[in-house]
Design a protein around this ligand. Structure first.
Ligand SMILES: *Cc1c(COP(=O)(O)O)cnc(C)c1O
Length: 419
């Protein structure tokens, strides 16, 4: 499940990157400041291949109607396509059943669903929830809100200077009061790949269910929720080459059955009177109101597309690219790299001497290089390293070694400006 160990690499022949790039029209269509676009902000959002864009257009031109209700042709088509998308996502994660796949609006929404649906039902005063120091705000704030409401406590697993979770400390945090664990699979700020297999094993050894935030994982490595045996797994569509507005929550059927719905409304009920409402079966119990139908269908297409390329091949290319870019950026004078864990995925976070990350990002854009700067919605990670933020280059399988070179060339230019 973990990505291969980082090793200084040379260009790999594992993927025909040039051919795959042709699938992404935006990569050729946009020229910031007249320069070729080097899109290295995939950790924030990835681009959509033509096939996914086409699927959206086909839906809107031939299939659109509301789902699960109509008896007419379009509603039947839309319902079939939406449920087919669920089936594709089930296959993508290797979940046991379609019933275990809930469509949400993003990963944030999926985590909030569990914080409400599970937390409200099973967590009480004095109980404890474990997260790590690496979490995105999306996997901190919903648990804090729950703790505040219930009088429960948040326990945080510390990290070391490389950005690696301290597994001894993790294990020590379990007490009889521990009721839930929620950890990221891959850190969006540092790229650390957490040993989630081991984290699940330890959590289950203490009889505690565990959720994994896979927002930075599913696009970089194969994920099999049955092999992993996690209780919940969530990801977001727009980082998996799909559209915004769609996310996925995988949950073991036994938990989803026992959980309370997050939102009430249409489609999540079997019957309603003013006295009593009977909830629909899973997963519909958690999909109140008209869902993002087009986005779900497009996400299903994106998942098929990625499966077709192969996540092993994607991981091999991205690991080589990450190693190459890391080596070249680290060789620049005065650079500090944040996130030097043994297992990393596709994220290179750094500080360029004394130049503020925001200035670096703005100047990189002048050379066509798109990166993210700031705290990356992970302020506790920044606090741990006593920095306001970093420059983050984050890679996708369509990125090339030439783009890593463009990043380094531009950083050199910036260093001269500030010399
Ligand atoms: C991006 C990200 C999120 C939030 O994703 P949304 O699509 O904004 O909900 C949560 N966790 C991690 C690790 C992320 O990288």
């Amino acid at each position: 499940m973990n990505a291969p160990v980082l090793s200084p690499g040379k260009p790999t022949a594992s993927l025909d990157v040039e051919r795959l790039r042709a699938d992404f029209p935006i990569l050729a269509n946009v020229h910031p400041h007249g320069k070729p676009l080097a899109y290295l902000d995939n950790g924030a959002s990835s681009q959509m291949p033509q096939r996914v864009i086409d699927r959206l257009v086909r839906y809107q031109t031939h299939e659109h109607a509301n789902i699960h209700r109509g008896v007419h042709t379009l509603s039947e088509r839309a319902t079939a396509a939406y449920e087919e998308a669920r089936h594709r996502v089930q296959g993508f994660l290797n979940a046991l059943s379609d019933r275990e796949i809930v469509f949400t609006s993003n990963v944030t929404d999926a985590i909030n669903l569990v914080a409400h649906g599970f937390g409200r039902a099973f967590i009480g005063e004095g109980d404890e929830i474990i997260i790590t120091h690496l979490e995105h705000h999306a996997n901190i704030v919903p648990w804090q809100m729950l703790c505040e409401e219930k009088g429960a406590k948040l326990r945080v697993v510390p990290i070391d200077d490389t950005g690696t979770v301290l597994m001894d400390e993790y294990e020590k945090l379990f007490t009889p009061r521990t009721k839930f664990v929620s950890v990221t699979h891959v850190s969006n700020a540092l790229g650390t790949v957490n040993p989630v297999d081991e984290m699940v094993r330890i959590s289950h050894a203490h009889g505690v269910p565990i959720m994994i935030d896979g927002a930075q994982a599913v696009q970089h490595m194969p994920v099999d929720v049955q092999a992993l045996d996690c209780d919940f797994y969530a990801f977001t569509g727009h980082k998996l080459y799909g559209p915004t507005g769609i996310g996925v929550l995988y949950g073991k059927a036994e938990w989803l059955e026992r959980m309370k719905p997050f939102r009430g409304g249409g489609d999540m009920i079997l019957s309603v009177t003013f006295e009593k409402t009977t909830y629909n079966v899973i997963p519909f119990k958690f999909e109140a109101g008209t869902p993002p139908i087009a986005q779900a269908i497009a996400l299903g297409e994106a998942a098929e597309y990625v499966r077709g390329i192969g996540l092993e091949a994607i991981a091999a290319h991205e690991q080589a690219l990450l190693a190459y870019a890391t080596e070249r950026v680290a060789a620049l004078p005065g650079v500090r790299i944040y996130g030097t864990a043994r297992h990393k995925a596709a994220v290179l976070s750094f500080y360029l001497g004394e130049v503020h990350p925001h200035d670096v990002g703005t100047l990189l854009n002048e050379d066509g290089v798109a990166v993210r700067t700031g705290h990356h919605c992970a302020q506790p990670v920044m606090q741990r390293f006593r920095i306001p933020g970093t420059v983050r280059a984050s890679f996708a399988f369509y990125n090339t070694f030439e783009e890593a070179d463009a990043l380094v060339d531009s950083l050199r230019r910036i260093q001269k400006l500030f010399a």
